[in-house]
Design a binder for this molecule. Structure first.
Ligand code: PSU
Ligand code: MN
Length: 307
């Protein structure tokens, strides 16, 4: 383990040493993806959901330049409430460390750090992907290119409908990122159950995902990540009409406001949460908690089969 920069909290380090199940969690969703003050409450709930199934949560983030795997409650509180918490992708980690910054890690950075720390399962809300108009703007999340080279299973509710979902799936194919639906052959669209595209594979149980991870390790051929796409049940998704209206409005505002680059995702998420009077927030929280639960079950199954 490269614990020069990555200093796991005692509990996480001990669990990894003993081969007990550990689930990585990201902090960008806390600092930039959810409104305050709910963000801190939800961050704690996500950790609780992992613990409830018998796994150890390891929320990852940067505190005063120190890259932490397994933030303690004071650190989590700081990243949820402080001003000026940076949004850190992989390329930002070293600069943030050297300048003593506070930062929240994206899916890309969290995956890279978790894998380096020996964690094999990661739960988040939605993956970053290819943005609409990417053919002009080149805006494609580093989540995809990082997963191309990072051996970790990411449990998510697909990608947000604010992205070009079809292009994101095509890029994952090109990049060699595995995608399986959890009890579905339709790729989920985050707030909505069905993102509009078919998947080649579906798995039925945490044990089956653990078997995929074991086969990958045995083959030694696939070097990148595995996306486990876990849709919300239809009766828990955001109302489709409300969703479509809010999205159209959000995209128009984005263009008028001239928002680009890494501000795009937080801007659109904040728009959804305010324009739907909290309906999208409730949906967002539900799906993250479901993903944390599934990821923990996968980690438990993987630890059992390795024992
Ligand atoms: N999806 C969400 N909420 C989020 C994000 C994605 O539902 O907060 C965050 C994740 O941390 C993801 C990042 O890695 O946004 C992607 O940002 P970008 O598109 O700038 O790569
Ligand atoms: Mn981007």
């Amino acid at each position: 383990m490269t614990d020069f920069h990555i200093r796991p909290g005692d509990e996480v380090a001990e669990a990894l040493r003993a081969g007990r199940p550990v689930v990585a969690l990201e902090s960008t969703i806390v600092s930039h993806g959810l409104p305050r003050p709910e963000n801190l409450r939800v961050a704690r709930q996500i950790e609780r959901a992992v613990r409830d199934v018998g796994a150890v949560p390891a929320t990852i983030g940067m505190v005063g330049g120190r890259l932490v795997v397994g933030l303690d409650d004071a650190e989590l509180t700081r990243l949820a409430t402080a001003d000026g918490v940076a949004k850190l992708s992989v390329r930002d980690l070293a600069v943030a460390a050297a300048t003593g910054a506070d930062g929240a890690t994206t899916v890309a950075a969290t995956s890279a750090v978790a894998a380096a720390a020996g964690i094999r399962v990661f739960a988040t809300g939605g993956l970053g992907g290819v943005h609409r108009e990417a053919a002009q703007t080149f805006d494609e999340s580093a989540d995809l290119t990082t997963l191309a080279r990072t051996p970790i299973a990411v449990v998510c509710a697909g990608v947000k409908s604010i992205l070009d979902v079809g292009a994101t799936l095509e890029r994952m194919e090109t990049l060699g990122v595995g995608v399986v639906g959890y009890r579905t052959r339709r790729f989920p669209g985050f707030f909505v159950t069905d993102g509009g595209f078919d998947l080649d594979w579906s798995v039925d149980s945490p044990e089956q995902v653990a078997a995929v991870l074991a086969a990958r390790a045995a083959h030694g051929v696939q070097t990148g990540g595995l996306v486990v796409a876990n849709p919300l049940p239809v009766d828990e998704q955001l109302d489709r009409d409300l969703h479509d209206r809010t999205l159209a409005d959000g995209l128009a505002r984005l263009e008028r406001a001239g928002v680009t680059g890494k501000a795009v995702t937080p801007y659109l998420l904040a728009h959804f949460h305010s324009a739907t009077q909290g309906a999208s927030l409730a949906v967002n929280v539900r799906l993250v908690l479901r993903n944390a639960d599934l990821a923990a079950r996968i980690a438990v199954a993987a630890a059992r089969s390795a024992a």
